[in-house]
Design a binder for this molecule. Structure first.
Ligand code: LLP
Length: 422
C-alpha cells in the first residue's frame, strides 16, 4: 500500500499533485510520501508485537536525514555499515544504544568512532575483525559488545548480487565454524559476546529461507549455552521483498508469524534490519521526457534521468513500473512499446526495457515507481550529472529534503596540484 494515486488522471502523492512539485523543483527528483513511510514502519513494528524486539531500520536503503529523523522519532533503531552511516544516524538523533553495525570491511577509524559512541553491537564478519575490534576496545579502555554474523548457507532465491547467506558469499562466518569463533571471542578481554546475527539476502519473497536461517541460528544458540556463552540478541537482518511488478511477497504479519513461530519462547531479544520493505514503495523517481526516438527495432523514450540517478535497472535488471504523471490517453495506457533510456553514453543506461506504456511526448512527466529504496543512495555523478533533488510530501505539504546538487559542489573537493600552477 502506498499513497501515490491518480485524481482525475493526475498523479498525486498524498494530497499534492506531482506535476505541481515538478514545476517548482525541476526534474529529475525523488519523491517520498511520509504517510507511506509511517504506515510501513508502524505495520512492520506492530507485526512483532508480543515479542521482545527492536526494529533497526537499515540505513543503506535510504539515508536522507528527513527519513532517518522520522524513523528515529517513531522509535526505530538503526542498522549501519559505515562511518558515514554512523555519522548520519547520530546527526538524525539516533541513540547509539540502538545502533547495530554490520559489514565485512570496517576500518579502524570507523570502529573507533562506533566504540567511542557506545553502539548496541558490532556484527562481526571475520576472525581478524574480531581481533581488531578487541584490540581497539582495549586501546580505548572499553569493551565492545559483539554479535557474530553467521553464514547459515541458505538460498534466499533472489538476484545473485543480493544473495548474502550462501557459502560462496563473502559475508559472515560459516555456521559450522562459528562455535569456534564464539569460543575465541569469549576468551578475549575487551569484547562482550551479546548476540548472533545473519542477513541472508534482499528482495526475498518467500518465508522459508528466513525460517531455515533462524533454525540454524537457534541450534547454535543452544550449543553455545553448553559452552557457557549466553546470547541476548538474535539479529535476523533484513531482506523482506516488495512488489515491483508481480512479485507476491509474504504479508508482514505472515513474515513476523514465521519468525515468531520459529523463535518460540527463546529468551532473547529479536533485532530486525528492514530496509526495502519500509521505504521501497514509499518513493518514486520523477523525470521528464526529452525526446521520442523511433528506431528500426525499438522505440526509445529518452528522459532526463539516467542510470546514475537510478542504477537498479542496469545493475540487477530490476523492474520499476513506468507511469505517466498526467494520463492524457485514457484507454491507451499500453499502446506503445519502448525502452525508457537516459542521457548517458552507454547502452546500459536504461530505466525500463521493452515496456508497454502510454504514448509519451516530449515534455511529458513520468514516474519510475517503487524507487524509495536503493535509489538515491546508489546515485552517482557519472558523466558529471548532478545528483537529483529529494522531496518529501506530508498531507498537503511538500518540501525539498535534499536540494539538487549544483556544479560548484560537483567540483568543490577537486584541486589542481601546485606543480601545475603558474
Ligand atoms: N542488513 C544487512 C546486513 C544488509 O546487508 C542489508 C542489505 C539489509 C539489512 C537490508 O536489506 P533489505 O531489507 O533492504 O532487503 N542495492 C540492492 C540491495 C542491496 C541490499 C544490501 N544489503 C538493490 O537495489 O536491490
Amino acid at each position: 500500500m502506498h499513497h501515490f494515486e491518480y485524481r482525475n488522471d493526475t498523479l498525486f502523492c498524498e494530497a499534492v499533485s506531482v506535476a505541481a512539485i515538478a514545476e517548482t523543483v525541476g526534474t529529475p527528483f525523488y519523491l517520498y510520501s511520509q504517510a507511506t513511510l509511517e504506515r510501513h514502519f508502524t505495520q512492520f513494528d506492530r507485526a512483532f508485537d508480543g515479542i521482545d524486539h527492536l526494529v533497526c531500520y537499515s540505513a543503506k536503503a535510504n539515508t536522507n536525514q528527513a527519513i532517518l529523523t522520522l524513523f528515529n522519532r517513531m522509535g526505530s533503531g538503526l542498522d549501519i555499515v559505515s562511518g558515514g552511516e554512523l555519522y548520519r544516524g547520530l546527526r538524525a538523533g539516533f541513540a547509539p544504544e540502538k545502533i547495530v553495525y554490520s559489514g565485512v570491511g570496517k576500518r579502524i577509524d570507523e570502529i573507533d568512532a562506533a566504540l567511542a559512541r557506545g553502539i548496541l553491537m558490532f556484527n562481526i564478519e571475520s576472525q581478524q575483525e574480531l581481533e581488531l575490534i578487541n584490540a581497539r576496545a582495549g586501546q580505548l579502555n572499553t569493551t565492545a559488545p559483539v554479535a557474530i554474523r553467521v553464514n547459515p548457507d541458505v538460498d534466499p532465491k533472489t538476484h545473485p548480487y543480493i544473495s548474502t547467506g550462501l557459502k560462496q558469499n563473502k559475508f559472515g562466518i560459516d555456521i559450522r565454524t562459528a562455535r569456534d569463533a564464539y569460543r575465541a571471542a569469549q576468551a578475549l578481554d575487551h569484547v562482550d559476546v551479546v548476540g548472533i546475527d545473519c542477513h541472508i539476502g534482499s528482495q526475498i519473497t518467500d518465508t522459508q529461507p528466513f525460517a531455515d536461517a533462524l533454525q540454524s541460528l537457534k541450534a547454535l544458540v543452544t550449543a553455545l549455552k553448553d559452552d557457557g556463552i549466553v546470547i541476548k540478541y538474535i539479529d535476523m537482518g533484513g531482506g523482506l521483498g516488495i512488489t515491483y511488478q508481480d512479485e507476491a511477497p509474504p504479508a508482514l504479519n505472515t513474515y513476523a508469524a514465521t519468525i515468531s513461530a520459529t523463535l518460540k519462547k527463546m529468551p532473547v531479544k529479536l533485532i530486525l534490519e528492514p530496509g526495502r520493505v519500509i521505504v521501497g514503495n514509499a518513493g518514486v523517481l520523477v523525470t521528464r521526457v526529452l525526446f521520442i526516438k523511433p528506431g528500426p527495432v525499438k522505440n526509445f523514450v529518452i528522459v532526463d534521468a539516467g542510470m546514475n540517478d537510478l542504477m537498479r535497472p542496469t545493475l540487477y535488471h530490476a523492474y520499476h513500473h513506468v507511469q505517466p504523471i498526467i494520463r492524457k490517453t485514457a484507454g491507451k495506457d499500453e499502446a506503445f512499446v519502448a525502452d525508457v533510456v537516459g542521457p548517458i553514453c552507454e547502452s546500459g543506461d536504461f530505466l525500463a526495457q521493452d515496456r508497454k506504456m502510454p504514448p509519451f511526448e516530449p515534455g511529458d512527466l513520468m514516474a519510475l515507481m517503487s524507487a524509495g529504496a536503493y535509489g538515491f543512495t546508489m546515485a552517482s555523478n557519472y558523466c558529471s550529472r548532478l545528483k537529483p533533488a529529494e522531496v518529501m510530501v506530508h498531507g498537503e505539504r511538500f518540501e525539498v529534503v535534499s536540494r539538487r546538487q549544483d556544479y560548484e559542489t560537483l567540483v568543490q573537493n577537486e584541486r589542481v596540484p601546485a606543480w601545475m600552477d603558474a
